[in-house]
Design a protein around this ligand. Structure first.
Ligand SMILES: CC(C)(COP(=O)(O)OP(=O)(O)OC[C@H]1O[C@@H](n2cnc3c(N)ncnc32)[C@H](O)[C@@H]1OP(=O)(O)O)[C@@H](O)C(=O)NCCC(=O)NCCS
Length: 155
């Protein structure tokens, strides 16, 4: 799917951007329910990782949180979501492509993430659409009965 500036401006959100961090927490709660990150957790994460988003008319419409893996040229995508009501219009694609360009221009070689095997929209998005490779199935990764699939993409 083609993306355009109409899908929003790619921004990095720092620990000082409290208004934007609150908007990230709203997208998190809406997308992941009680497992979504709180504002306080996001403030802490913004120091140890990096938080990105898409901004349109001063409103955040999508967010991505990444961490660097120790001793590797590899990045772990901790969270990724588009605000409800704005999905399926290319914003996820625009945010992921912008993120991959950002990481690759900083010499990172690989992006990894884990996904819930029952999250069909996310699997279609990452595997069929963005060509992430399935690395392995991790049974009970987040506790008994909570499995994950590890995906990777070379940048
Ligand atoms: C997964 C997610 C980020 C995709 O963002 P998006 O902005 O809707 O994605 P795009 O519009 O760029 O979609 C690109 C392609 O991905 C696939 N895709 C996206 N959503 C899909 C869905 N609900 N069902 C099937 N395929 C889907 C399609 O191939 C789509 O292309 P198409 O619309 O031309 O068919 C979004 O659905 C979301 O925020 N989900 C909730 C949070 C979540 O599950 N995050 C992933 C956690 S690992």
């Amino acid at each position: 799917m083609p993306t355009s500036p109409n899908h929003g401006e790619f921004i990095r959100i720092s620990s000082r951007d409290k208004t934007l961090l609150r908007e990230v927490s709203i997208i998190e709660r809406e997308a992941f329910g009680m497992q979504g990150l709180t504002f306080e957790q996001l403030v802490l994460f913004s120091h140890s990782g990096k938080i990105f988003g898409l901004e349109e008319s001063e409103k955040l419409t999508a967010e991505a949180i990444v961490f660097q893996k120790f001793n590797k040229n590899s990045i772990f995508l901790f969270s990724f979501a588009v605000i409800e009501g704005k999905r399926r219009c290319g914003r996820g694609t625009h945010l992921m492509r912008s993120l991959c360009d950002y990481l690759s221009s900083r010499s990172f070689k690989r992006l990894e993430l884990t996904v819930d095997p029952s999250n069909v929209p996310a699997l279609d998005f990452y595997i069929s659409h963005l060509r992430f490779q399935k690395k392995r199935f991790i049974p009970d990764h987040l506790g008994e009965g909570t499995h994950r699939i590890l995906l990777e993409k070379f940048l």
